[in-house]
Design a protein. Structure first.
Ligand code: UDX
Ligand code: UDX
Length: 457
């Protein structure tokens, strides 16, 4: 079969995999090859047991795999044959040297850029899919275009806004697709090529174009605003607990103001995920490096509030369980950073589990999808047990703490759970997803977020 365009994607992770699967499904005329240094990941993409759990993803992959969607570890070959190369390798926060704990670690990105230069024999469009600090495109362009063969590389910034758990839906019907390019002749041509890909299924008025730096910055800012909303509502949840106000009622009243909007106002034990913290740290680092210390501090406080929310959740558990949890069995319901994903990166449950374990509680982790990742995250801790079935996890437990808003927890037979627990039985709802009055009637001492507890003593 003759393809009209060859697209490669380096990095077969949470972003690269689903994005390319949707492009391939929607554009049968393009050959899409997803490559990765991890043989295990690539192998998994070739089976029906995909390396990431994402609702609806397997159907999309199956629709295109072997037709125009391919997974491979031959990165060099994919670079050579493709006109467009998406780069979606991870960009973790630096753990060493200058900017440690804040700046992005760009070593994988630079390595990939050098690989692209080495293998290319013809001009390419290189698309930044990974979230990167502002002006990374420029740096990459400098590396790419410093080649002896005089091959021209055009760098495009096309940040991905998909959220995990709804990745397929977000890709099929995005609020917007953002494509940043240089406003030169070759930049505008490259921009149009990328617009043409998305225009195969995304309405044209949802495809925004901008300069490269605006696109890069918009991604960081969008995530910072979303995280800020959660920190805002979480800060008010702490106040509600002191004042007899109910955070659900406050969020409803506030969210009905159409200027504010009602989404993303769920108080929680804290936000997690690979992006929010990392992107805010990046923003903070950039602001600091331009001497904008007040701006940096403003955004840093969003992270501080998140840590405060996690800390006060654990403190309340210890305080309410008579100031000691030594030897007590505590079941964490949910470990993923949000529902409908197996991803546990930066999950508040990691922090909570570690803290409880240090207090010498006997922690048992339950989650329908994330136990494999939980075992890796908590490998350093002794005495943690893992139990997929929440009913089993609750046997002999003094407390259950809900960490993830899995639907499954809404519909559990809580009477059955209460029966097998130690008494008094405690329920700490870190997501406000169960019917607190009903659980109180069953006999639980219930601790919602953002409203006073329902206690039997
Ligand atoms: C994404 C974005 O790309 C990142 O910028 C964002 O901040 C977090 O989300 P994600 O897809 O979630 O990353 O990361 P991950 O699932 O870790 O996937 C990255 C993949 O790149 C991994 O499979 C890794 O093996 C691969 N990789 C990394 C390479 O193929 N080559 C490298 O040199 C480094
Ligand atoms: C986020 C952005 O939404 C997405 O656009 C970007 O591309 C990547 O980062 P993601 O991290 O997958 O996506 O999940 P998101 O749904 O944004 O949730 C992030 C965290 O906030 C989760 O821990 C979630 O549980 C928490 N959250 C979300 C709340 O605590 N309350 C809310 O009201 C919403």
């Amino acid at each position: 079969m003759m393809f009209s365009k060859r697209i490669a994607c380096i990095g077969a992770g949470y972003v690269g995999g689903p994005t390319m699967a949707v492009i391939a499904m929607k554009c049968p005329q393009y050959k899409v090859t997803v490559v990765d240094i991890s043989e295990a990941r690539i192998k998994a993409w070739q089976t029906d047991n995909l390396p990431i759990f994402e609702p609806g993803l397997l159907d999309v992959v199956k629709a295109a795999r072997g037709r125009n969607l391919f997974f491979s570890t031959d990165i060099d070959a994919a670079i050579r044959e493709s006109e467009v190369i998406f780069v979606s390798v991870n960009t973790p926060t630096k753990t060493f040297g200058e900017g440690a704990g804040k700046a992005a670690d760009l070593q994988y990105w630079e390595k990939v850029a050098r690989e692209i230069v080495r293998e290319s024999r013809s001009p390419k469009i290189v698309v930044e899919k990974s979230t990167l600090p502002v002006k990374t495109a420029q740096t990459m362009e400098n590396i790419l275009n410093a080649n002896d063969r005089k091959i021209h590389f055009e760098v495009i910034s096309n940040p991905e806004f998909l959220a995990e758990g709804t990745a397929v839906q977000d890709l099929l019907e995005p609020d917007r697709v953002l494509i940043g390019s240089h406003e030169t002749e070759s930049g505008l041509r490259a921009r149009q090529e990328i617009v043409d890909i998305y225009a195969k299924w995304v309405p044209r008025d949802r495809i925004l174009t901008s300069n490269v730096w605006s696109a890069e910055l918009s991604k960081l800012v969008a995530n910072a605003f979303l995280a800020q909303r959660i920190s805002s509502i979480n800060s008010i949840s702490a106040l509600c607990e002191k004042t007899d106000a109910n955070i659900l009622e406050v969020a409803r009243a506030v969210g009905m103001d159409s200027r504010i909007g009602n989404r993303f106002l769920n108080a929680s034990v804290g936000f997690g995920g690979s992006c929010f913290k990392k992107d805010i740290l990046n923003l903070v680092y950039i602001c600091e490096s331009y001497g904008l210390h007040e701006v940096a501090q403003y955004w840093e406080s969003v992270l501080e509030m998140n840590e405060f929310q996690e800390t006060r959740f654990v403190r309340a558990m210890i305080r309410e369980m008579f100031n000691t949890i030594v030897g007590k069995r505590i079941a964490l319901f949910g470990f993923a950073f949000k529902a409908n994903t197996s991803d546990t990166r930066e999950s508040p449950a990691i922090y909570i589990a570690k803290k409880l374990s240090r207090e010498q509680a006997r922690v048992v982790i339950s989650d329908p999808k994330a136990l494999d990742n939980a075992r890796i995250d908590l490998a350093e801790l002794e005495g943690i047990t893992y139990q997929e079935d929440p009913y089993q996890a609750a046997v002999g437990a003094h407390a259950v703490a809900i960490m993830t808003e899995w639907d499954l927890y809404r519909t559990l037979e809580w009477e059955k759970i209460f029966d097998v627990m130690e008494k008094p039985a405690f329920l700490f709802d870190g997501r406000n997803i169960v019917d607190h009055e009903r659980l109180f009637k069953i006999g639980f001492n219930v601790y919602p977020l953002g409203r006073p507890p329902l206690k039997h003593f």
